[in-house]
Write a protein that binds this ligand. Structure first.
Ligand code: SF4
Length: 471
């Protein structure tokens, strides 16, 4: 295959939103050295696997992806293969021993050093490991998004690491201690994003509720208040919140700040006090339920989603029933449920009384089946209503080809439900016309994972064939 440039980079991202953002940062850092993205591993001069170690499965996938690259390296010895992210941080030199064709292992705090690491490898033809962690966030750790991108939503990291040490979790070990970015830096990044056409930001951190506490910066609510004032920004979201740190001040922000979306992801992990204690979550079932009640009193239309782990070591059937009863009591709008797996370095890996795989699977199935009805009910509750949808773009090409005439669009409600709608008179060339607009959509069909609707009216500024981003 003929190569056009010897500076093409392919990034494979595993895991969570935090990793998606880190991959963007990896690319921004490498683009300063002239690297361009490619979707083809055959064309790439550097292949980076950005890994996640939160679940065993994601870690296995990362090793299997990298393992498959040995054949590529054999025919192209100049190819640089790197592992980044949490597994890299956790395994360090072990990765080089396990995968002899990997050139570079870089940890979660080494992204800003990546261009230098790559040029050292090229110059010295060596293999490197950089898993050094910093106490605080440096000025070069987060690069703003370059212009020329048509996306309307963006992630913005406001803090890094975690000090909570939940017993099943490796984040404090692989992403380091909690540290927050200065509010001025966050505001500047968002203002720049808005000037490039971004209308919605999702603020990222392992526990955004404790933003700024350690450094004596603004509180998270104060930061939200500042962001709420940014002209041109339409919507603010954040993730993730630790229930123990969800303050009254933050709950009230949902009533005061008009750009703050009415959705919160509040991971409960278990409905049993006994299990919560062994998980070191530092709240009780009752305290969690009280916060949900307070939130719903202040903001009755708030959508609440959560994470639950089933089969934590020592979780009895009675504990699991407690989780099911909490799910019934709350009626979450959506739920991410996982089977517990041992993570190296996490204290729970040493707990005895492991739950059998088969039993974990059974509990997961039961939980998902209970939740599916609540998710569908929460979607159905929107049928017949008109909701403002921020249009993120058209649906996938395949969907559009199958739909016949017209274009299918995708957007989200403020409560984070995906909404599709069709514009029969528009064709492929019109696929930017509505992107970035907030449109009133009549919701007329609820499915388990999305909603369908139709525009109440087309915006007056839409002229067929013209591109217009104003709403
Ligand atoms: S709050 Fe707990 S689960 Fe979340 S990142 Fe920190 S240690 Fe992990």
């Amino acid at each position: 295959m003929k190569k056009i440039s010897n500076r093409k980079i392919f990034i494979q991202t595993m895991g969570c939103q935090m990793n998606v953002y880190d991959s963007e940062q990896i690319f921004r850092q490498m683009s300063l050295s002239g690297y361009e993205p490619t979707d083809s591993i055959d064309e790439a001069d550097i292949i980076i696997c950005n890994t996640c170690s939160i679940r065993e499965k994601a870690e296995q996938k990362a090793f299997s992806f990298l393992g498959r690259l040995a054949a590529l390296k054999a025919v192209n010895p100049g190819l640089i293969i790197a592992m980044g992210g949490c597994v890299a941080q956790q395994e360090g030199y072990g990765v080089l021993r396990r995968l002899p064709h990997v050139d570079l292992v870089f940890g979660t705090h080494a992204i800003s050093r990546l261009p230098d690491l790559v040029s050292s490898i090229k110059r010295r033809r060596c293999r490197l490991v950089d898993v050094e962690q910093a106490e605080s966030i440096g000025p070069d750790d987060f690069l703003a998004k370059p212009g020329g991108n048509s996306e309307v939503t963006a992630f913005v990291t406001i803090m890094r690491g975690c000090d909570n040490y939940c017993s099943y979790c490796v984040v404090p070990y692989v992403r380091g201690r909690e540290s927050s970015r200065h509010p001025d830096e966050v505001i500047q990044e968002i203002e720049k994003l808005v000037s490039q056409g971004v209308r919605e930001v999702t603020l990222l951190g392992q526990n955004v509720n404790s933003y700024g506490k350690k450094e004596g910066l603004s509180s998270f609510s104060e930061l939200l208040e500042k962001i709420n004032k940014i002209n041109g920004l339409e919507r603010i979201r954040f993730t993730t919140s630790h229930p123990k740190d969800l303050s009254d001040e933050l709950m009230k922000a949902f009533t005061r700040l008009e750009k703050l979306c009415n959705h919160i992801h509040l991971p409960v992990q278990s409905g049993s006090d006994r299990v919560l204690k062994r998980m070191n979550r530092r709240y009780t079932r009752e305290a969690y339920l009280k916060k949900i009640e307070a939130l719903r009193t202040l903001r009755p239309d708030v959508a609440i989603t959560s994470d639950i782990i089933v089969g934590f070591p020592g979780e009895s059937d009675e504990d699991f029933q407690q989780t099911l009863s909490l799910v019934h009591e709350v009626g979450f709008d959506g739920l991410f449920a996982f089977m517990y797996s041992d993570r190296p370095n996490a204290p729970a890996a040493r707990y005895r009384e492991k739950v059998a795989e088969q039993e974990k699977k059974r509990r997961l199935q039961q939980l998902l089946s209970v939740q599916s009805q609540y998710t569908l009910d929460s979607n159905r509750a929107l049928e017949g209503s008109v909701k403002p949808i921020l249009v993120e773009g058209t649906g996938k090409d395949k969907e559009n080809r199958q739909s016949g005439r017209g274009l299918i669009w995708k957007g989200r409600t403020t409560c984070n439900k995906i909404v599709h709608f069709k514009t029969p008179d528009m064709q492929k060339d019109d696929n930017q016309i509505l992107t970035g607009r907030v449109m009133d959509i009549m919701i007329n069909r609820a499915l388990p994972h999305c909603l369908w609707g139709e525009p109440v009216h087309m915006p007056s500024k839409v002229v067929k064939g013209a591109v217009c981003h104003a709403s």
